[in-house]
Every structure is written in structure tokens, then in C-alpha cells.
Write a protein that binds this ligand. Structure first.
Ligand code: B12
Length: 352
């Protein structure tokens, strides 16, 4: 992580509301093309929004990665576009934040911060890139994934279960079901939400069915004989996503590992304590949001302070999006999916 950036991030955290309010006062004074939106949102909602931008900025500064902030801005721009919010609003908000920080922060800090804000603002000049669907009609098990997605969004729990159980009976492996059906469908639900095609209750409906589905698959799975290795798996503090971590945990178990799965939002001291108590061979940390990066670094620092020899691997969407980010947070390894997580863990624990 970047020491100077992390310090400026701490300043942003401490004064976030004040900076956000200052920026929104500036925004209200500006005559922007889409001032109707600014008026209709109201001061409080705009300040909340600016606070989120500052949280993401602090995260990117701590990681020393301007591209992390640019990715966040691009992501928010796509959600705005899908909801007919003109890009001029976000552009103006970021410019006002830049001006506000310019006046409030020490000079060396403003130079660094501009290096993050300005490229992100520039990126907004071109229309945001719409992420393509993960459900490629040429891809493996497309029909199954498509029918599963439909069943999830319509809340047809029994149909969803039947689809997966029939596929299993037809010889499709657990790995293929996890990777090509469950993971891809969940990512597609996320893309649809981002684009305003589904609302949060529909995602919740689907995710609960997926959780039950994973439990059902666990009961049907075949497990290799235990070979003595164990893993402690958790989603970091602040990360409420745990389906990915659960899929990873299930793979470890199927490959003969003992898995201690803690689930979502695990506080740092408790994770360290669990590592001391359960004495795993490796810890696997999962993140879901670009704003989970500092929590990952803090968790790894605390784990290493307790046991410098305990290897830690990380995974989750932001690590797939920003090259070598896993190294910046101090991890020993990283993998993009559950099957590769087990391979990487084997490599790291064989070295011990
Ligand atoms: C379901 C879901 C939720 C559920 C989670 C339920 C649960 N129990 O997990 C809930 C409702 C809680 C949720 C909340 C939010 N979510 Co959400 N969510 C999703 C969604 C649609 C699916 C996640 C999922 O189940 N994926 C399936 C699993 C299997 O995939 P995976 O997690 O990537 O895991 C795989 C790999 O990454 C890897 N892996 C994962 N962990 C690990 C660990 C190790 C060690 C290794 C090696 C590998 C590894 O292996 C896994 C299997 O192959 C995603 C979309 C997406 N693209 O993922 C959005 C998504 C992650 N959420 C998003 C957002 C914005 C939010 C909210 C902020 C929304 C809001 N405004 O409140 C909150 C934040 C909550 C928080 N503080 O964490 C955004 C994040 C964007 C960003 N800028 O970071 C996404 C990408 C949606 C989108 N396209 O915009 N969400």
C-alpha cells in the first residue's frame, strides 16, 4: 500500500462529510446543464453521493492506484446512464470535489489527489463502457445458465433446484455448475442491476435461492479423502458478499481440505483470533467491492503480525480487475476462481 496515499486517505475519511458538503454547495452554485437533477436530489442525498466518491478516492489513494478510482467512476457512470442521470452531473460533482480538496488539503496532498480525480473526470468525456453479458450464447452450458437465471429472477426455487439437480444427474460436474452456471448467473444479475434491468429485491430473491442451491450441492458432492490440510476462509470486514467465498470453501472441501468458513463481514481481531484457534495452513480472504481493499490490507497486516509464516491468499472481483493489486495488499497469492484457489493454496502450503 502507498504510505502517503494512505495518510491522505485517512484525512479524507476524517473530514469526509465536511468536504462532501463543501463540494455540493459549490455544485449548487454552478449552473450546469442538468441542474434539474441537482435540485431534485436534494442537498442530503447529494452529500451522501459525494461521500461515496471520497470513500472510493481514499481507497484508491491508499492502494496507490489511480485506476481503481477511475474504475469506480466508470462504474457509477454506467449506473447513472441506465437511470437517465446525465453524465454532466457526475462530472460537475467530481470537479467540485477537486476544487474543495484543493482549498482544504495541504499542497503536496492536492497534487497527488488531482492525479486521481483529473483522469477520472477525463474518462467521463466519452460514454461509459457497458460491460458485456457474461452469459455468452456460445459458452458452455449457456441454455442451462439462461434457464437458471430466469428461474432465479422469477423466484421459482423448485424449478431452479430441478435444473441444477438434473444437470448433475446428466454428468455435469460440480466445478462446471459452480463456474459456468452459478457464478456467471450471479455476475449477470449484477450487470442487470447496474443497468437498471432488475431491482434489488430481485437480486435478493435470486441470491437466497443460490445459497440454498449451494447447500444442496454440498450434500450431493463427492469429497476426496482428507489429506490433512486446512483453510480458514472469510469475507473481509465491510464485505457483505459471501457467496464467492462459500463456493471457494466448497471447492477446498471437495479437494480434501478441511475448511473453516466464517462468511461475510469478519472483523479483523476476530479473524486473527480464529486463525490462532483453528491453526489453518492458509487463510483465504474474499472481497466484493473496490472499497474493500484497505480492509484486506489491514486484515493481512494483523494476521502477519500474529503469525508471519501463515500464508494468505486473496480473491474477488477487484483483484480480477486491477492487475497485481493482490501484491499491494500484502497477500502471498491470488486466484480468479475456486478451482485455481485450491491450486494456489497447494503451491503456497507445499513451500512451508
Ligand atoms: C449478490 C450480490 C450482493 C448481495 C450479496 C449476498 C451474498 N450473500 O453474498 C448483497 C445484497 C449483500 C450485495 C450488496 C451490495 N452490493 Co453486491 N453484488 C452481488 C452480485 C450480484 C453477485 C455476487 C455473487 O454472488 N457472485 C458470485 C460469486 C460466486 O462470484 P465472486 O464473488 O466473484 O467469487 C468468485 C471469484 O471472484 C473467486 N473468489 C471469490 N472470493 C475469493 C477468495 C479467494 C481467496 C480466492 C482465491 C478467490 C475468490 O472465486 C469465486 C468463485 O469462482 C455482484 C455482481 C458480481 N459481478 O459479482 C454484485 C456486486 C459485487 N455488488 C455491488 C454493489 C455496488 C453492492 C452494494 C454497494 C449495493 C448497495 N448500494 O448497497 C452492496 C454492498 C454491500 C457490502 N458492504 O458489501 C457491485 C460492486 C461494484 C463495485 N464498484 O465494486 C457489483 C459488482 C454489482 C454491479 N455489477 O454493479 N450484493
Amino acid at each position: 500500500m502507498n504510505e502517503e496515499g494512505a495518510f491522505i486517505g485517512t484525512i479524507l475519511d476524517a473530514s469526509r462529510k465536511a468536504y462532501a458538503a463543501g463540494a455540493i454547495l459549490r455544485l449548487q452554485e454552478m449552473s450546469i446543464q442538468s441542474s434539474g437533477f441537482v435540485d431534485s436530489w436534494g442537498f442530503g442525498a447529494l452529500v451522501d453521493d459525494a461521500e461515496l466518491r471520497l470513500e472510493h478516492l481514499a481507497e484508491a489513494l491508499a492502494a496507490g492506484r489511480p485506476e481503481l478510482f477511475a474504475l469506480d467512476v466508470e462504474w457509477i457512470a454506467t449506473t447513472h446512464e441506465a437511470r437517465d442521470i446525465p453524465s454532466a452531473v457526475l462530472q460537475a460533482e467530481l470537479k467540485c470535489l477537486c476544487d474543495e480538496l484543493q482549498e482544504s488539503l495541504p499542497e503536496h496532498a492536492t497534487i497527488l489527489v488531482r492525479g486521481y480525480l483529473e483522469p477520472a473526470i477525463e474518462r467521463l468525456a466519452s460514454p461509459p463502457q457497458v460491460p458485456p453479458s457474461m452469459l455468452d450464447s456460445e459458452g458452455p452450458h449457456y441454455q442451462l445458465a439462461h434457464s437458471f437465471l430466469k428461474a432465479l429472477l422469477q423466484g421459482r426455487r423448485s424449478s431452479a433446484q430441478r435444473l441444477i439437480l438434473d444437470a448433475l444427474a446428466d454428468g455435469i460436474s460440480f466445478g462446471e455448475l459452480h463456474h459456468h452456471v452459478i457464478t456467471k448467473v450471479q455476475v449477470e444479475v449484477g450487470r442487470m442491476w447496474q443497468h437498471g434491468e432488475v431491482y434489488i429485491a430481485e437480486e435478493h430473491l435470486g441470491s437466497r435461492i443460490v445459497e440454498d442451491m449451494l447447500a444442496l450441492l454440498r450434500m450431493k458432492a463427492t469429497y476426496e479423502q482428507r489429506e490433512g490440510r486446512s483453510v480458514l476462509i472469510a469475507s473481509v470486514a465491510g464485505n457483505l458478499h459471501d457467496i464467492g467465498a462459500r463456493v471457494v470453501s466448497d471447492h477446498f472441501e471437495m479437494c480434501g481440505w478441511e475448511s473453516f468458513f466464517l462468511g461475510a463481514n469478519t472483523p479483523v481481531p476476530d479473524l486473527v483470533r480464529a486463525a490462532e484457534d483453528f491453526k489453518p495452513d492458509i487463510v483465504a480472504l474474499s472481497i466484493g467491492l473496490t472499497s474493500n481493499v484497505r480492509a484486506t490490507s489491514d486484515t493481512i497486516n494483523a494476521l502477519k503480525a500474529s503469525d508471519p509464516d501463515l500464508p494468505v491468499i486473496v480473491g474477488g472481483r477487484p483483484f480480477a480487475m486491477v492487475e497485481n493489486l493482490w501484491e499491494d495488499v500484502g497477500a502471498d497469492g491470488c486466484a480468479g476462481d475456486a478451482a485455481s484457489a485450491v491450486v494456489e493454496a497447494l503451491r503456497l502450503t507445499s513451500k512451508k
